[in-house]
Design a protein around this ligand. Structure first.
Ligand code: PLP
Length: 456
C-alpha cells in the first residue's frame, strides 16, 4: 500500500520497538573479545563485574541472543522523547536541487540534545535494579554527562561526572544542565582520586584529557561501595541500546514502503551509526538486502580511514581493557578542534569487525566543510545541528549532489544524532571565519601506532 509520505513520520506508541536487536547474533565472525590490560587474556564476566553492572556485563558478552527485551521502566522513559521523528527533508532536497530523496532520523529532541540518552537510561536502570547507590562516568564534550545525569535523577541514583577540565571551563552552560539534574561534577584531573593527584603533581596546570577522566571515574567506582562505572559509546552494550534508533527508522520506512539505498551516520566511538545501521547491517549479513552504508568521521581523528585494525588500549592511561578495533593509537592526541564527541582514537569492536569485512565504507571530512554543510542544513531544515552530526550531513549532501549530476533518484537516510545548541563557540569561529582545519601528518599517526601494545 502506497501512501503520501508526510514531512515527519512518527510511529505511534504501539508501533515502538519493544526489543533491542543484538547484531552480533547475526555475525559469523564475532568481534574479538576484550583483553585484560595486565595479563592480555580475554576478559571474563567476573573480571568485569567490579567495574560494570552485572546485567550490562551479560549484554556486553552476549554474542548469540538476537533480541533482548527492553525493560518496561526503560520503555516508559523512552516515551518522554520517543519515538523520534523520521523527517523527509524536502526543504533540503529543494535547496540542493537534487532528485534524491533525503530522510533524517532526529535524535536531538531531548534536553541532553543527543542520542546518548537511549543508553544512559538503560544503564541507569540496570544499576538501580542491582541495588547500587550510584554511578560514575567521564564526559568530554558534555552530552554523555548530561544524558547520564538525567537518567540517574529519574531512578534516584547518585551520579558523579568527571568532566575534562578544559570543557568544564569552556562549557559552563552544559555544566549547569548537569548540575540541575543533581549530578556532582568534578573537573578532571582532580584531587579526589589517587590517579588525579598523581597527574596534578606530574603535570601542574594541565587542563586534562578524556583518558585521565576515565581513569578517575573508574577509580572512584571501584573504591566506593555501591558504585559502578558507565560509558557512553564504543562498548557492545551501548550499540545494543542504540539499536532503538535503527529499529524505529526501519519501521517508519517500512510503513511507507520506502527502501533506502544509502544509510549514513557520523562515527566517534560508533554508537549512533552502529545503532542506526544495525537492522540494515543484519539484513546484509543474512543475505536479504544490499545497502550502501557510510560512516563519516573527522579528518582530525581518522580511525577508520587512516587507522589500523589491531588490539589497543581504550584510554590514554592504559588502565582500561584492550579492544580489537580500528585505531590511530591510544597515544594519539587529536588537535583541539570541535568535532568534540568524535575525538576518540578507537572505534566500536562490532563496527570495526564489519568494516574489516567490507560491509560499509568510511569517509573523513575536514571541519570547515562540515560546518558549511551544517549551515546549508540549518538554513533549509531549521535545526542547528551538532558538529558531530554535521559530518553525516556532509556525507548526505555530497551523495545528493552526486545524484543531481547523474539524475538518480536514490533514497538517502542519515542519522541526525543531535543538536548544536551548546556548540556556539564553534559556530562563532565558523561565522567569524577563524575556523581552521587540522589534519594529522602520516608521521603523527605512525608515531602513535608505534606505541600499540604487542598482543600475541
Ligand atoms: C557523542 C556523540 C556522537 C559520537 O558518538 P558515537 O558513539 O560515535 O555515536 C555523535 N553525535 C553526537 C550528537 C554525540 O553527542
Amino acid at each position: 500500500m502506497k501512501q503520501t509520505i508526510p514531512y515527519k513520520i512518527y510511529l505511534s506508541e504501539d508501533e515502538m520497538p519493544r526489543q533491542w536487536y543484538n547484531l552480533r547474533a547475526d555475525m559469523k565472525q564475532k568481534p574479538a573479545p576484550l583483553l585484560n590490560p595486565a595479563t592480555l587474556k580475554p576478559l571474563k564476566a567476573e573480571d568485569l563485574t567490579p567495574i560494570f553492572c552485572e546485567e550490562l556485563v551479560k549484554q556486553e558478552l552476549d554474542d548469540t541472543t538476537r533480541f533482548i527485551e527492553i525493560p518496561d521502566e526503560v520503555l516508559n522513559f523512552y516515551k518522554m522523547y520517543r519515538p523520534s521523528p523520521l523527517v523527509h527533508a524536502t526543504f533540503l532536497e529543494k535547496a540542493l536541487g537534487t532528485p534524491a530523496k533525503i530522510f533524517y532520523k532526529f535524535e536531538g529532541n531531548n534536553t541532553s540534545g543527543s542520542h546518548k540518552l537511549n543508553s544512559a537510561i538503560a544503564q541507569a536502570y540496570y544499576a538501580k535494579k542491582q541495588g547500587l547507590k550510584g554511578v560514575t562516568t567521564e564526559t568530554g564534550a558534555g552530552q554523555w554527562g548530561t544524558a547520564l545525569s538525567m537518567a540517574c535523577r529519574y531512578f534516584g541514583l547518585d551520579c558523579k561526572v568527571f568532566m575534562v577540565k578544559c570543557s568544564y571551563e569552556q562549557k559552563p552552560f552544559r555544566r549547569e544542565v548537569i548540575r540541575t539534574f543533581g549530578a556532582s561534577i568534578i573537573p578532571s584531573p582532580s584531587d579526589t582520586t589517587q590517579v588525579g593527584r598523581r597527574i596534578l603533581k606530574e603535570h601542574p596546570g594541565t587542563t586534562g584529557s578524556l583518558g585521565c577522566a576515565i581513569s578517575e571515574a573508574v577509580e572512584t567506582a571501584v573504591t566506593n561501595e555501591g558504585y559502578r562505572y558507565e560509558l557512553g559509546s564504543v562498548l557492545n552494550q551501548v550499540l545494543l541500546h542504540q539499536t532503538i534508533i535503527g529499529l524505529e527508522t526501519k519501521a517508519a520506512l517500512d510503513k511507507y514502503g520506502i527502501r533506502p539505498d544509502i544509510l549514513i551516520g557520523c562515527t566517534g566511538g560508533g554508537s549512533n551509526l552502529g545503532g542506526f545501521a544495525a537492522p540494515f547491517l543484519g539484513e546484509i549479513l543474512r543475505g536479504e538486502a544490499a545497502y550502501k552504508i557510510i560512516g563519516a568521521e573527522p579528518a582530525s581523528c581518522p580511525s577508520f580511514t587512516r587507522g589500523v585494525f589491531a588490539y589497543d588500549y581504550c584510554d590514554t592511561g592504559k588502565i582500561c581493557p584492550l579492544a580489537k578495533m580500528y585505531t590511530v593509537g591510544s597515544q594519539f592526541i587529536p588537535s583541539a578542534n570541535h568535532a568534540g564527541g568524535l575525538r576518540f582514537h578507537g572505534m566500536s569492536p562490532v563496527l570495526s569487525e564489519l568494516y574489516h569485512q567490507g560491509l560499509f565504507e568510511a569517509r573523513a571530512y575536514e571541519q570547515t566543510s562540515v560546518f558549511e554543510a551544517a549551515e546549508i542544513f540549518a538554513h533549509a531544515e531549521g535545526i542547528l545541528p551538532a558538529p558531530e552530526s554535521s559530518h553525516a550531513i556532509r556525507a548526505a549532501i555530497d551523495e545528493a549532489l552526486r545524484c543531481r549530476e547523474t539524475g538518480e533518484e536514490k533514497v538517502i537516510v542519515f542519522n541526525l544524532s543531535g543538536t548544536g545548541n551548546f556548540d556556539l563557540y564553534a559556530y562563532k569561529q565558523f561565522n567569524d571565519g577563524t575556523m581552521t582545519d587540522s589534519i594529522p601528518s602520516d608521521e603523527d599517526i605512525a608515531a602513535a601506532l608505534r606505541q600499540l601494545p604487542k598482543v600475541e
